[in-house]
Ligand binder design. Structure first.
Ligand code: DX5
Ligand code: ZN
Length: 220
């Protein structure tokens, strides 16, 4: 039994039936809730904010993985902790003092994640990899669900995995964007630990079964 994780992205849920979709994740074989917060500045889209996360947290019975696509995320670390976030991921490209941000996230009782845009080299994380609980490799340009997976991601996972091992770190690798049954197994084979899946899960005929099949396919 392996321990590779599935994190459905609520961005692709039906917001008019949010409680239903949260309960679906609760009863499914999914491991985490992936929550995408966008500010319309760091990325060209606005998703949802604190009141919606509060509503999700009220019903969610699993680990809450919050992905901040916002500038200057330090401003909101305490608020996300108070809203029940378990993992708080900030973008490398949005932090002038990444090490300080990571310490602050941990001081607020959360695990600390760092996301990298597709153009950002994994080597840039070497000097703080031992302080990072999870690296989220973006396999699409952040801002929207339903985009095509960028093939270069396979190579980046291998580079990141090597870096983690070289530095003796205990850092998970998460892949976010364009994940489907077509690439899931190869992503895991390259070294990924957590797969985020939005459209592939929520736009399918039977989301719960899609999660089950995806989970089984990466835990053989
Ligand atoms: C994109 C978000 C993703 C998104 C993934 O900026 O970070 O989490 O919801 O959606 P899919 O799986 O549809 O690519
Ligand atoms: Zn995300």
């Amino acid at each position: 039994m392996s321990d590779k994780l599935i994190a459905p992205s609520i961005l692709a849920a039906d917001f008019a039936n949010l409680q239903r979709d949260v309960e679906m994740v609760n009863t499914s074989q999914a491991d985490w809730f992936h929550i995408d917060i966008m500010d319309g500045v760091f990325v060209p889209n606005i998703s949802f904010g604190m009141p919606v996360l509060k509503a999700i947290s009220k019903h969610a019975k699993k680990f809450i993985d919050v992905h901040l696509m916002i500038v200057d995320p330090d401003r909101y670390i305490k608020e996300f902790a108070d809203l029940g976030s378990n993992m708080l991921t900030v973008h490398y490209e949005a932090c002038s003092h990444l090490h300080r941000s990571l310490q602050s996230i941990k001081n607020h009782g959360m695990q600390a994640g760092v996301a990298l845009n597709p153009h950002t080299n994994v080597e840039l994380l070497r000097d703080c990899i031992n302080d990072i609980d999870m690296v989220c490799l973006m396999s699409v340009n952040p801002g929207f669900g339903g985009q095509h997976f960028i093939e270069r991601t396979y190579k980046k996972i291998k580079q990141l995995k090597a870096l983690i091992l070289e530095e003796g770190a205990d850092t998970k690798i998460e892949i976010d964007g364009g994940v489907t049954d077509k690439n899931a197994e190869e992503l895991i084979a390259c070294g990924a630990d957590v797969l985020v899946a939005g459209s592939y899960v929520f736009k399918s005929d039977d989301p719960e079964e899609t999660i089950l099949n995806l989970k089984n396919s990466i835990n053989k």
